[in-house]
Design a binder for this molecule. Structure first.
Ligand code: UDP
Length: 241
């Protein structure tokens, strides 16, 4: 019998999906076809024997900073942003179940009639049993981001890396969609990301990863099969360690 996860470089991974990854070409909200495709990528990783946890963002629905810029109180706006991540988490859970992959949503803000609350030992048990655990509501605190939540949960869950699925195949020194001469990196150190102010994750998330020696993988989730390649230690990605 082949051992669980044979051939995989990462046996337990935290996948960070931004809210924008769920909205497809609509420019707002949730595109169910896109969510189904993402669920298929995750299901493939689970079938290969990896344990996968997910943190979803909420930027496709609401961002605290955008609310604050229009005059809202920042903390209230951030709570709205966290609630947006719960909607995305439920959509992803539903898509995973359609893909015959058991998934649980655990929210950092308790809402017992909607989903389970985040309790670390419970989350670990779900992961060990082969469920995809989707962490919703970020860290549960305003003034943070879901990138920081992803790093935090990856460390708490003892994941071997946090993988950020984006629309490009790694980290560039400027936006490759706007600058055709943008330089791409295969490898970076945490301090280079911070000192060059590279737009990967916010500074708090990178500092937390650095202090806990958690590798950060940035890859394109747009290509079919890309998550499995990351799990196998292959494919195009930028590794920050
Ligand atoms: N948010 C928060 N605390 C957290 C995580 C998220 O207050 O721990 C709020 C914040 O307002 C943020 C919004 O939720 O703008 C959506 O999260 P994020 O911007 O990280 O989503 P993404 O850019 O990944 O879609």
């Amino acid at each position: 019998m082949t051992a669980k996860g044979a051939g995989l470089k990462y046996k337990r991974l935290l996948l960070k999906l931004s809210g924008e990854a769920l909205m497809g070409k609509n420019g707002y909200g949730i595109d169910v076809t896109v969510v189904d495709r993402l669920a298929g990528e995750i299901a493939e990783g689970i079938a290969a024997g990896c344990e996968i946890a997910v943190v979803v963002g909420g930027g496709n629905i609401f961002r605290g900073l955008a609310g604050a810029a229009k005059g809202m109180d920042r903390a209230t706006a951030d709570y709205m942003g966290m609630l947006a991540t719960v909607m995305n988490a439920l959509a992803l859970q539903n898509a995973l179940e359609r893909a015959k992959t058991p998934a649980r949503v655990l929210s950092a803000i308790p809402m017992p009639t909607v989903c389970e609350s985040y309790v670390r030992p419970k989350a670990l048990t779900h992961i060990e049993r082969g469920n995809v655990v989707i962490f919703a509501a970020g860290t549960g605190n305003p003034f943070f981001t879901t990138d920081t939540a992803a790093t935090l949960r990856a460390i708490e869950m003892d994941c071997q890396a946090v993988a950020k699925g984006t629309q490009v195949d790694g980290v560039y020194d400027s936006d490759p969609h706007k600058n055709p001469d943008a330089k791409r990196f295969d490898q970076l150190s945490y301090s280079e990301v911070l000192s060059r102010n590279l737009k990967v994750m916010d500074g708090a998330a990178i500092a937390l990863a650095r202090d806990n020696r958690l590798p950060v993988i940035v890859f394109s989730i747009e290509e079919a099969g890309s998550l499995l390649k990351v799990l196998q230690g292959e494919g195009r990605a930028t590794i920050i360690d």
